[in-house]
Each structure stands twice: as C-alpha cells, then as structure tokens.
Design a protein around this ligand. Structure first.
Ligand SMILES: [Zn+2]
Length: 84
C-alpha cells in the first residue's frame, strides 16, 4: 500500500515538474519573442537586429504610391517629389 502510494506520489510530482518546466520554457520563448519585437520597434528596419525582409515604406504625397524609404523613386507624376 505504501509502495503504491509512493510510486503514485512520485509520478504525480514528475508530471507536475514536467508541466512546470513546460510552462517555464513556453514563457521564456514568448519573452524572447516579445523582446525581439520591442527591439525591432525601437530600432526600426535600420537597426542592427532589424528584420532584413522588412523595409520601411514611405507614401508619396502626390500619387499615394508606397515607395522604399531607402531609395524612393519617382512614380512618373510631374509633381512627384522623388527623383526619377
Ligand atoms: Zn509619386
């Protein structure tokens, strides 16, 4: 009776520890993701850890076309402020 109880207790403790560590790991992954998101927002796409796939876009005030902020090109409208 005692041996069965101890096994059950140990098993329950092991399950609790596993769940505990699972949650800890999950929270660490989420924290890391949030930290990366904050750094990306703070540094923008020009930051050292910025996402290379994301490029800052600016809107042309004349035609409304979105252009790459790094090298904006004229859309062809005569009063477009960007160089063609
Ligand atoms: Zn334009």
């Amino acid at each position: 009776m005692f041996g069965f109880s101890l096994t059950k207790l140990l098993f329950t403790a092991a399950v609790i520890v596993l769940i505990w560590y699972g949650f800890k790991w999950l929270r660490r992954v989420q924290d890391e993701r949030e930290r990366q998101d904050r750094e990306r927002l703070k540094g923008g796409s020009t930051g050292p850890r910025g996402d290379p796939d994301a490029e800052t876009m600016i809107k042309c005030p004349t035609c409304g076309t979105y252009l790459a902020a790094g090298a904006p090109k004229s859309c062809g409208q005569p009063d477009c402020p960007y160089p063609g």
